[in-house]
Design a protein around this ligand. Structure first.
Ligand code: UFG
Length: 330
């Protein structure tokens, strides 16, 4: 049976891909987004967009009251590790305050199922090897800390009010809708793959590689890049699993790639050189973050379909070729 879902941040990178996945299976959604980083053009014309700020308690309450909802997906948040290291209180106040406001409204209006975009950034310097759900929590940045606080709030909302939650800790969301409708368009862009693509195209100065002296084989940071369409699929599977109770999953492809390996993939896919230069480390960046995603695979049958780095980069490249200015002026 088709469901009805509220999606905060549904005009953003991961949220818009989730909206597409929900619609592809016949569900309807309402997007709640202030468009501060999201794009109106990323929301299909026949999807209702509530353009409002999660800090606006009345707007949040009205949106959640307009149920019934089969689930609420919460993507909207400040999400840059580096920014959070410069402005910790802003990150904590916005992400925690807005998230609590939404969770509280869900409890008051009888929402049963909540899905939180969480992050690998709450593991901090986790050391070598894939990180599973039992790894110690030690956020290396206020951004990671803010998501951990929301995870704890959901635990208590579950125990006390019965709100079931799926917490999905993304590693590095990347790529673009293989059908070419949606892609990554952050302003300013800070993420490695789109910046490397633009460096290859000569649209930006050479890419700065933040740190070449990490304790990794080539000295650059290792991350687990997971395709955004696979992430969207994981949300649908985690939602279904909520029938059996709350869950927390680490979501990655279980394969790490260094910054220099990503540069190599962009060069292969684009057929161009990627100019780059060594730069100093970016505060808050752990040396290595790679997911052990065994739990979600076992419990939901999820497996990334676009797991190869070159395939992930290829979809990002195709999006950039088809949309040189992203979503345009919107
Ligand atoms: N990097 C560079 N140069 C750049 C940009 C990035 O060397 O110009 C490096 C970073 O230092 C890092 C890697 O490329 O080692 C990936 O950086 P991104 O900015 O693309 O992504 P992050 O790993 O910082 O963060 C992303 C999300 C976070 C999330 C985190 C979890 O943005 O929300 O993944 O791994 F928490």
């Amino acid at each position: 049976m088709a469901g009805r879902f509220l999606v905060t941040g549904g005009a953003g990178f991961v949220g818009s891909h989730l909206v597409a996945a929900l619609r592809a299976r016949g569900d309807s959604c309402v997007v709640f987004d202030d468009l501060s980083t999201g794009h109106r053009a990323a929301v299909p014309a026949d999807v209702r967009l509530i353009q409002a700020d999660l800090a606006d308690a009345a707007a949040v309450d009205a949106a959640v009251a307009d149920g019934p909802w089969d689930g609420v997906f919460h993507f909207a948040a400040l999400s840059l590790v580096g920014d959070s290291m410069r402005d910790p209180c802003r990150y904590l106040a916005a992400n925690v305050g807005n998230g609590l406001r939404l969770i509280d409204a869900c409890v008051r209006h009888g929402v049963r199922h909540f899905v939180l975009s969480s992050t690998a950034a709450l593991f901090g310097e986790a050391g070598a090897g894939p990180i599973d759900e039992t790894a110690p929590i030690a956020p290396g940045s206020p951004y990671g800390e803010s998501k951990w606080m929301l995870e704890r709030a959901l635990l208590w909302a579950g125990r006390i009010h019965g709100l079931r939650s799926a917490v999905l800790r993304y590693f590095n969301a990347a790529g673009a809708d293989p059908e070419g409708r949606l892609g990554e368009d952050h302003r300013p862009e800070t993420h490695l793959i789109p910046l490397a693509i633009d460096a290859a195209l000569g649209r930006r100065p050479p890419l700065s590689v933040f740190g070449t002296d990490y304790p990794t084989p080539d000295g650059t940071c290792i991350r687990d890049y997971v395709h955004v369409t696979d992430l969207a699929d994981a949300h649908l599977r985690a939602l279904a699993r909520l029938e059996q109770g709350s869950v927390t999953y680490n979501l990655g492809s279980a394969t790490g790639h260094s910054v220099l390996e990503v540069i190599g993939a962009v060069a292969r896919v684009s057929g161009r050189e990627v100019p780059w230069q060594a730069a100093s480390r970016r505060p808050g960046d752990p040396a290595m973050l790679v997911a052990a995603s065994g739990l979600i695979r076992r419990e939901t049958g999820w497996a990334p379909r676009l797991a190869r780095l070159d395939d992930i980069v290829a979809t990002a490249w195709q999006w950039r070729m088809a949309h040189p200015d992203g979503y345009g002026a919107a």
